[in-house]
Write a protein that binds this ligand. Structure first.
Ligand code: E4P
Length: 223
């Protein structure tokens, strides 16, 4: 399977995820504490939820640390990692001063890391410099803040692309529309995470479904 682009589902709601998985265009599932709260999932249920996603065909799952200090982040990460095979779980860490420190230590142990809540190009560059698997900027929230989200993400993409040996991909989150998704594809970002409702919009084109209905009707009329 071509590994050029990683599409993730951004949700902690098992029913929503089950409506999308398994599917060959989906690389994995991303979560964070806000998505867990919205889905009513407690910390102790996170490994089980993500293990279920792997059973459903996710190749990788992502869970975020809960602490804001380096030791706490490392402890959270080790607890999460203990439930998964090597490489299956990507540890998400906010792109704070402490977060870069904790993440670099995990990368040194061979753990894939996503630095998340990336709002500025230099944060994406730090992520690539340190060998992150992903750096996750929030397009919708950048646009909400009037920050010219797409232009900033284009700048981040250029910086990350300067360091191909890092293997770092932008994993753009906070995607609210098909138009935003298409703009990101145009920028050549390496990964995007989308809510399941947008997945349905992208996969179930009404005109394609109408054409299929026509083909099925005509198939029935064949002799
Ligand atoms: C990212 O990790 C968040 O879960 C999500 O993409 C934020 O989306 P929103 O800004 O639309 O809430």
């Amino acid at each position: 399977m071509n590994d050029d682009f990683h599409l993730y589902l951004d949700s902690a709601d098992l029913a929503e995820l089950q409506a999308c998985l398994p599917h060959p265009v989906v690389h994995g599932v991303t979560t964070n504490p806000t998505l867990l709260r919205r889905a009513g999932i407690g910390r102790s249920a996170v490994p089980g939820l993500l293990a279920r996603c792997i059973e459903l065909g996710a190749r990788r799952v992502q869970a975020q640390v809960y602490s804001s200090d380096v030791d706490g982040m490392l402890e959270d990460a080790q607890e999460l990692l203990s439930h998964f095979d090597r490489g299956q779980l990507v540890v998400k860490i906010p792109a704070t001063r402490q977060g870069f420190d904790a993440g670099a230590r995990l990368i040194a142990q061979g753990v894939p890391v996503t630095w998340t809540a990336v709002y500025a190009p230099e944060q994406a560059h730090f992520a690539a410099q340190l060998g992150a698997a992903y750096a996750a900027p929030y397009l919708g929230r950048l646009e909400d803040a009037g920050a010219g989200g797409l232009a900033l993400i284009a700048q981040m993409q250029a910086l990350v692309a300067q360091r191909p040996s890092s293997g770092t991909r932008l994993l753009v989150a906070s995607i609210r529309s098909r138009e935003a998704y298409l703009s990101l594809l145009g920028l050549g970002v390496g990964a995007v995470t989308i809510p399941p409702r947008l997945f349905a919009e992208l996969l179930d084109h009404p005109a394609t479904l109408a054409a299929e209905r026509g083909f099925l009707a005509d198939t029935g009329a064949l002799h």
